[in-house]
Ligand binder design. Structure first.
Ligand SMILES: NC(=O)c1ccc[n+]([C@@H]2O[C@H](COP(=O)([O-])OP(=O)(O)OC[C@H]3O[C@@H](n4cnc5c(N)ncnc54)[C@H](OP(=O)(O)O)[C@@H]3O)[C@@H](O)[C@H]2O)c1
Length: 309
C-alpha cells in the first residue's frame, strides 16, 4: 500500500500517540521528524521516517511527496507563524496535500494573539481541506511541564485559584486525529476536544494523592510569585510569560467548557483523570523515572516545554 498520510509532531506528546494509533489501525504512514536519530530511538525503526524541519525548506520535498493528508503540530518553540510555519504549509499544499488536520487550542476563535489563530487563518485561506482539533489543556502537562514539582516537592503551584479546567488526555486527541485522517467526512470541520469533566487543581491534587498514596498539595501563588518562582527554577522569561498568560485565562474561568466531540467521534467517553493518573503514576514516583515505559512518556525527558500554546 502506498503512503498517503504524514504525521508531524513526533516524538512529541500527541504526535507519538498518533503514530501508535495509526500503527494500531494498520494504515501506512510517514513520520516527518526534526531529529531522525532521536525519533528512531523513541518510535522504533519499523516506520517510514523522514527528516522534516519547518525551518529547512530543503526537507519539504521528500516529506510531502505523495502525501494527501497530514497531521500538523506547531512546535512550541516556533511562534512566528508567517516566518516559521507558513512556508511548510504552502509547500505541502503545492505538493498536493488535500487535508490538513491541525492541533489547535480550545477557545482559539476568541484569542487572536496565539500562533494557532494565525495558523487556522492560513489554512482557511490556503484552499486546503482542514480539520481543526481545538484541544483543551493536556492531562500530560502534569507528567511533563509540572512533573518535577510534583515528583520532587509533592506540590502543584499554579496561579489559577479555584478555576476549573476540562483536561484532556493526549491519547484521546491522537485517537481523534487518527480517526479523522483515515475516515471520510471530517474535512472543513472544527472540533473542540475536552475531557468529560472540568476539575479544579484541588481535585487534581487529591486524585494524584490517592493514586500515589502520598499527599500532593495544590498551592495557588499570586501571579507575581508564580513568575518569580518559574524564573528561579530556570525557565526562560518568554516561556514563563506565555505560561502565565495561559493560566491567567484559566483563572478567569475560560478553560472549563466541556464538549461532547471526543465521545461523538470515538464512540466512547474520553479517558478520565483517574485513569490518566494510574497510567502515568511512575512519572511522579520517587526513584522511578527510569522505569517509565517509553511509549507512556514520550517527552518526560524534555519535561519543561509542553504547556506552551
Ligand atoms: N499542552 C497543552 O495543554 C496544549 C493544549 C492544546 C494545544 N497545545 C498545542 O500542542 C502543540 C504541542 O503539542 P505536543 O505537546 O504534542 O508537542 P511537543 O511534545 O512539544 O513536541 C513537539 C514536536 O515538534 C518537533 N519539532 C520541534 N521543532 C521542530 C521543527 N523545527 N521542525 C519540525 N519538528 C519540530 C519536536 O521534535 P524534537 O523534540 O526532536 O525537537 C517534537 O517532536 C503546541 O502547538 C501547543 O500549543 C498544547
Amino acid at each position: 500500500m502506498e503512503t498517503h498520510i504524514l504525521v508531524t509532531g513526533a516524538p512529541g506528546n500527541v504526535g507519538t500517540e498518533v503514530v501508535h494509533e495509526l500503527q494500531r489501525i494498520g494504515v501506512p504512514f510517514r513520520v516527518g521528524v526534526h531529529n531522525v536519530k532521536t525519533a528512531s530511538e523513541r518510535l522504533g525503526n519499523n516506520l517510514e521516517i523522514t527528516h522534516f524541519d519547518f525551518l529547512k525548506p530543503e526537507t519539504y520535498s521528500a516529506t510531502f511527496k505523495g502525501i494527501e493528508r497530514m497531521f500538523l503540530v506547531r512546535p512550541p518553540a516556533l511562534s512566528n507563524v508567517q516566518r516559521d510555519i507558513a512556508p511548510a504549509i504552502e509547500a505541502a499544499v503545492k505538493a498536493g496535500v488535500k487535508q490538513i488536520v491541525f492541533l489547535s487550542i480550545q477557545g482559539v476563535e476568541n484569542n487572536r494573539v496565539v500562533p494557532h489563530y494565525k495558523i487556522e487563518q492560513l489554512l482557511l485561506g490556503s484552499g486546503v481541506n482542514y480539520t481543526f482539533l481545538r484541544a483543551s489543556f493536556f492531562m500530560q502537562n502534569l507528567s511533563t511541564t509540572h512533573r518535577n514539582e510534583i515528583h520532587d516537592h509533592d506540590e502543584i503551584a499554579l496561579p489559577v485559584s479555584h478555576a476549573r479546567t476540562s483536561f484532556i488526555d493526549a491519547r484521546d486527541i491522537a485517537a481523534v486525529a487518527a480517526w479523522v485522517l483515515t475516515e471520510a467526512g471530517h474535512t472543513n470541520q472544527k472540533y473542540t476536544l475536552t475531557g468529560a469533566e472540568a476539575l479544579d487543581y484541588d481535585q487534581v491534587a487529591s486524585k494524584l494523592s490517592a493514586t500515589l498514596h502520598r499527599t500532593i498539595r495544590y498551592t495557588h501563588p499570586s501571579i507575581i510569585t508564580f513568575i518569580r518562582r518559574q524564573l528561579a527554577l530556570g525557565q526562560k522569561l518568554s516561556y514563563t510569560l506565555i505560561m502565565t498568560a495561559l493560566y491567567t485565562i484559566t483563572r478567569f474561568g475560560n478553560a472549563k467548557t466541556v464538549t461532547q466531540d471526543v465521545e461523538r467521534l470515538l464512540g466512547r467517553p474520553p479517558i478520565g483523570f483517574d485513569q490518566f493518573a494510574e497510567d502515568y503514576r511512575n512519572s511522579w514516583q520517587p526513584d522511578a523515572a527510569l522505569d517509565i515505559a517509553p511509549e507512556m512518556q514520550p517527552s518526560l525527558r524534555r519535561a519543561t516545554s509542553t504547556l506552551d500554546k
